[in-house]
Write a protein that binds this ligand. Structure first.
Ligand code: HEM
Length: 504
């Protein structure tokens, strides 16, 4: 029996394919004329054939091009095989704001203007994110115990992706809104479905020409808005109560109210200091904001969490990855008197290396720094990027370049911690420090504002799982698959886990 969601997904996919080609047919002329185009031949519909060839073989095409053109090269979207010349001074600073077409799926989002939204997120997540380490660990403990079991005798078969999704959702919502909602299964399922929907809807709507988007956007946005209405029913009362408590406490010193240490609390505190306070602290707007953070956190965390687990298991026979990590975690935790904190996590540099290598090796997307030219720009090489041209950098090839990473095709869990271990140098960068050769979180002003939180959550997750569970070896490593520029994880792969007796 098909669920309503699989039918909607199926239809969305069909429409997506249709509109993608339809729109591109009319858009083709807008792509810079003198751009080299990989694989194009002088034949009827040559560009369409080149595109059809590129999409299923994207990683090879990108690597091939990287060899020929050098780095960094820009790709003009939606044609990943169209290349802007190398070494351009990055010409456009604005991100592709309408990438997800949130106007049609996330109500009230337009009120929060982008620079303000970004500034608030950076400030809140950087300053406060580290203060919830113990709470997130506590939540991970409860959810992992439930998902992976407590039996120290029998092995349990677990679908890694599904379990990761539930664990990441719960842990993220412990930070975002706190208990009891962060444990409400219906609330979490609604968030998850919504987050799954907005991305394809965004791509779909974006593939239509501008003038029809207000119509198709409203039609295709309906399933997302329906889910959003369900979601709001759970969290609006909590938000309203929270706002009322804050206001009450402000005028009545006897009103006992200790706000939870959550994103909701931090957001209200910071948003109320801004000139737009009245608008951006309306309950509906706050609800949208919490959904925006959820959507950004849930999939990235689930996907990277899945990869990191398989990478640790697959690299274990050669590198003793699990034993190495357990030794480090035990030692650092003993020095910290068993207390999980930001400082404790920072000392776990081998764990950081495994995360950093996973982000290098298994990308969420082959492209990054997706930007839009806000005005006509001529690159140093004389290439005209017309206003509205979307460009991106291929982080995939930068991460697979032997000059940047020797044996780049191999997952080496301790690639980034070896120098520190050998005391030959102290690598002060970390899994979240962007550089020209390390771009999983983007770079510059618009680099991912949630990366501190993402690192904290993923390090705690790996630490909890491997300190408390044995997992049977998995060989070969289940592989992800490419869907255009996205690298999707193996969603059905299973592992056998058993609670470790000594930590039970
Ligand atoms: C492993 C997990 C994550 C990865 C790999 C990741 C990666 C990225 C990347 C590549 C970008 C684009 C940056 C650019 O264009 O320069 C981005 C943007 C963003 N991320 Fe993340 N992210 C992760 C987790 C999170 C989390 C947990 C949150 C929220 C709590 C978050 C919130 C955002 C937001 C709001 C943006 C948009 C920034 C803007 O457009 O200005 N991300 N992320």
């Amino acid at each position: 029996m098909f669920s309503i969601f699989s039918v909607v997904y199926g239809l969305l996919l069909l429409c997506l394919l249709f509109t993608y080609f339809f729109h591109n047919l009319f858009l083709a002329g807008k792509v810079p004329k003198n751009l080299p185009w990989v694989g194009i031949k002088n034949q009827p519909l040559g560009w369409l054939r080149a595109l059809a060839y590129t999409i299923p073989t994207l990683p090879e095409v990108l690597l091939d091009v990287h060899k020929q053109v050098g780095q960094p090269h820009l790709s003009a979207e939606p044609y990943p095989s169209l290349l802007v010349d190398a070494n351009v001074e990055f010409p456009v600073q604005e991100p592709s704001c309408e990438r997800l077409q949130l106007d049609y799926t996330l109500p009230f989002m337009t009120i929060i203007s982008r620079p303000l939204y970004h500034r608030l997120l950076i400030k809140i997540l950087t300053l406060k994110g580290g203060s919830v380490v113990a709470e997130i660990y506590d939540e991970l403990q409860q959810t992992c115990d439930h998902e992976l079991g407590l039996d120290t005798e029998q092995w349990k078969s677990v679908c890694v992706y599904d379990s990761m999704q539930h664990i990441v959702l719960t842990a993220s919502n412990r930070m975002i809104i706190g208990p009891p909602l962060c444990r409400n299964k219906r609330y979490l399922t609604t968030i998850c479905r919504y987050a799954q929907l907005i991305f394809p809807i965004g791509v779909l709507v974006r593939s239509f020409p501008l003038f029809v988007r207000p119509v198709v956007g409203r039609v295709f946005g309906i399933p997302a808005l329906y889910l959003f209405a369900q979601y709001k029913r759970y969290n609006l009362p909590v938000i309203k109560q929270h706002l009322a408590n804050i206001d009450h406490a402000a005028v009545d010193a006897n009103h006992e109210f200790t706000p939870l240490n959550t994103f909701l609390t931090w957001y209200i505190e910071e948003a109320r200091k801004t000139p737009q306070a009245r608008e951006i602290t309306k309950p509906e707007t706050i609800s949208s904001m919490l959904m925006a953070v959820n959507s950004a956190a849930v999939f990235s965390g689930t996907i990277i969490g899945t990869y990191i687990l398989f990478n640790i298991l697959a690299s274990d026979p050669e590198h003793g990855t699990i034993e190495n990590l357990r030794n480090e975690i035990e030692r650092v935790l003993a020095d910290a008197n068993g207390e999980w904190s930001k400082a404790t996590l920072a000392k776990m540099y081998r764990l950081d290396s495994v995360l950093r290598e996973t982000l290098r090796f298994d990308p969420l997307d082959a492209l990054t720094l997706q930007r839009k030219a806000m005005k006509d720009v001529v690159t140093e090489d004389g290439l005209l990027l017309e206003r509205g041209t979307n460009v991106a950098i291929s982080s995939y090839t930068i991460h697979r370049d032997e000059e940047n990473y020797p044996s780049a095709e191999v997952f080496d869990p301790f690639r980034f911690s070896r120098a520190t271990d050998e005391r030959s140098s102290r690598d002060s960068s970390s899994s979240i420090t962007p550089s020209e050769t390390y771009l999983p979180f983007g770079h510059g002003r618009h680099a991912c504002p949630g990366r501190w939180f993402a690192r904290m959550k993923l390090k705690l997750l790996v630490a909890y799982i491997f300190m408390n569970y044995d997992i049977q070896p998995v060989a070969p490593k289940p592989r992800g698959f490419w869907a255009a520029t996205f690298y999707l994880p193996p969603t059905k792969a299973r592992i056998m886990v058993r609670r470790r007796a000594k930590n039970a």
